[in-house]
Design a protein around this ligand. Structure first.
Ligand SMILES: [Zn+2]
Length: 394
């Protein structure tokens, strides 16, 4: 009997243990389900792998800069006459007064200085063969411009001497220039600007020089569009910079949409690795765009930035603007990712009454143009038709 009683108690104990085990296993299953439903990780018991020490990977380093670009700067006689302060001297800085804060606000600012600044010693001249006062260079420097393209159809207007005089002045005031050079050695050196650890390379080309031949043996005087050269220089630029900006002086004058030749050259440049295209020459604004390259890369394209500062007359020819884009660099261990994002645009207008000031378009009044609000709304629709996220600055 004794053994029978003991056996009975043992059975009872086993049954209780089994029930409680079942209960706890059910409970833990429930917990897991709840945790998974809440997208939380199920914590592992520490006792299973006591020797493992958890290490957290270092946080990725994120750097961001803002790059801005403005279009054609064409100094017609109206402009240099208005800027004259006597004694063969000029002051263009008041004309940039209202846009200067926006230009200075960017980390890097690019401009297309279409006319050479050969200075008064060569005799100033206007369309069709320009030579401009050096002081327009000073005004750009003063407004926060960091680099100018001087590869334009007007580069050779006043031949070699005007190019060399210009380069002397750019060097004197510490302004980087690209697209036209003083020697083959100068031409070989790719311009790179580094801000906050992000390096941007600038290369520039023009479709031609208004029928004036580039002097033989002095092909450094201006970079003509040449696919092999563009490809080689993009390759070299990629070696030394995070971002490759290609300035292309191309397209048809006064056409508000890019033509097939522009699209083809842009596609070629992006396929070769260009990250940003800064297009100039049509003297009117063409819509911004994103273009996908053959390796899945994506570039931001400014097909034509229009006239930023010129004596040309006509609503579309007086409109220009400050285009900008954010460049983000993420360093995650060995991995470096560059992203261009958040495109912005400040539309501007060259007011011709009395002062030739460059006016942010949202500040235009009925005294400056007919229906300023309508003009601005039309331009916003035009510029953002392929980039709906484009943000307009005011
Ligand atoms: Zn041009």
């Amino acid at each position: 009997m004794k053994w029978g009683k003991l056996f009975y108690w043992l059975l009872l104990l086993v049954a209780v243990l089994m029930l409680s085990a079942c209960g706890s296993s059910l409970k833990s299953q429930e917990e897991k389900e709840q945790n998974n439903g809440g997208q939380q990780e199920v914590k592992k018991s520490n006792t299973e792998e006591p020797s493992k020490v958890e290490t957290t990977p270092p946080e990725p380093i994120v750097q961001t800069i803002q790059l801005s670009a403005v279009g054609d700067i064409l100094i017609h006689e109206d402009l240099y006459n208005a800027a004259s302060v006597g004694n063969n001297q000029y002051d263009f800085t008041p004309m940039f007064e209202l846009v200067k804060p926006y230009m200075e606000g960017a980390d890097i600012t690019f401009a297309n200085q279409e006319t050479m600044i050969g200075g008064v010693e060569l005799g100033l001249s206007t369309y069709p063969a320009f030579n401009s006062p050096v002081e327009i260079g000073d005004a750009l420097k003063n407004s926060g411009v960091d680099i100018v393209s001087i590869a334009n159809n007007h580069t050779l207007d006043r031949r070699e001497q005007a190019v060399l005089n210009s380069i002397d002045h750019w060097n004197k005031i510490g302004m980087l220039y690209t697209g036209a050079y003083s020697s083959f050695e100068d031409q070989k050196s790719i311009r790179v600007i580094e801000k906050d650890g992000i390096k941007v390379a600038f290369i520039a080309y023009t479709y031609g020089t208004n029928g004036i031949p580039v002097p033989e043996g002095k092909e450094y005087l201006v970079n003509l569009i040449d696919k092999q050269r563009i490809k080689d220089e993009i390759d070299r630029a990629e070696e030394i910079a995070d971002v490759v900006a290609v300035s292309l002086h191309f397209g048809n004058e006064y056409e508000r949409m890019p033509n097939e030749a522009q699209k083809e050259l842009v596609q070629f440049s992006v396929d070769e690795g260009a990250d940003l295209i800064i297009g100039t020459h049509p003297h009117v604004l063409q819509p911004f765009s994103w273009v996908q390259g053959k390796d899945g890369n994506r570039a931001y394209v400014m097909y034509s930035l229009g006239n930023f500062f010129s004596g040309q007359i006509g609503e579309y020819k007086q409109m220009g603007g400050i285009a900008s884009i954010e460049i983000e660099k993420v360093i995650d261990g060995e991995q470096i990712d560059i992203t261009l994002k958040n495109p912005k645009f400040l539309p501007t207008y060259v007011r011709r009454q009395k002062d030739f000031k460059i006016i942010p378009m949202h500040l235009l009044t009925n005294d400056d143009v007919k229906n300023p609000q309508g003009l601005l709304e039309d331009l916003k629709r035009h510029m953002s038709q392929e980039v709906p996220e484009l943000e307009f600055v005011s």
